[in-house]
Write a protein that binds this ligand. Sequence first.
Ligand SMILES: Nc1ncnc2c1ncn2[C@@H]1O[C@H](COP(=O)(O)OP(=O)(O)OP(=O)(O)O)[C@@H](O)[C@H]1O
Length: 370
Amino acid sequence: MTPYIAQLALSHFRSHRRTRLQFDGRPVALYGPNGAGKTNLIEAVSLLSPGRGLRRAAAEEIIRRPEAIGWKITASIEGPGLGHEIEITAEPGQPRSLSLDGKSAPQLALARLIRIVWLVPAQDRLWIEGAEGRRRFLDRMTLSFLPDHGEAVLTYEKSMRERNRLLKDDVRDPGWYRALEHQMAEAGSRIMENRAEALSRLSAAQDDTATAFPAADLSLIEVEGTPAPGRDALTEALAANRPRDLAAGRTLIGPHRSDLAATYRAKDMAAAQCSTGEQKALLISLILANARALKAETGAAPLVLLDEVAAHLDAGRRAALFDEICALGAQAWMTGTGPDLFADLDDRAQHVAVEDRDGESVARIEEASP
Ligand SMILES: Nc1ncnc2c1ncn2[C@@H]1O[C@H](COP(=O)(O)OP(=O)(O)OP(=O)(O)O)[C@@H](O)[C@H]1O
């Protein structure tokens, strides 16, 4: 069975002053009116993986206003032969701190412990907006396959920030650049290889027979001047590109500029040209392929967070999504405004009613499907 969140407690986390819930590994259907605190709850779950979570919020934003001075998430993770306690706390002006089984641990430790992928309404325009969102989407999926990807991305970004500072200051002495470019090339090559590996796993897990969520052909696009992955080739390319970079005041080539292209396979049509519904179906298709590939590889599906996804699907696609999630055995966390959206799931899921009571979110697990 897939590792799942058996207990989740939030303290002074946005609208949740004190929420404590217990789960048994089935999918979790969260329903309640707008503003009740459903997304806040799954945002807390998303913070159980490295990074800034599904809203990319700063730790301070999350602190419950107006009275709290910090927030805390505690979660117990259970699975076959597995039991972990995670505690994440944040206070203003302090980096978020993580404790794993009672001991302080780096954020990246979470990537090895629990795999999480998500889809949120902010991604609805993913195929038509800038490359940054698509890179982030791909990096999250890559991280789920290859937990070390997070470290490569952090190392690359740190070195690039330093290199950009030199470029901005118009430093021309090559001696200042060599070590940084070497680090960037090493981490950058790993990033490119990891992404390519993730794409090949995703492609292999696409389901050509699925009609509800169509298969997509995926490819990575690099900006001109970025060589194929390889530490030496990237080191050389960065050095050769220095004059252009100096003129621009930033690094113009490398995997921080990669883009993800997707084509709706059956129609041979670029994702950006598909209808709004088809674009969403492609995203869901990729998330499901991600979960299927992980399950095939590790025996365990990731946690799947789907914010306001069910409401935007017709009844047939909704049923197909639920069937797929249940077949995967994934603890999927889904939000929607009414219980009827999740009625099909019946006792295949745990149903949680979330409401606002005097400015405070209250969440309650329903014994039976409402
Ligand atoms: N730091 C904070 N302190 C207190 N309340 C907050 C904080 N941040 C957000 N909120 C409140 O949380 C509520 C939004 O919660 P959330 O986004 O989880 O709603 P939701 O149930 O997902 O609603 P919808 O169906 O509209 O998406 C809002 O009322 C907002 O004011």
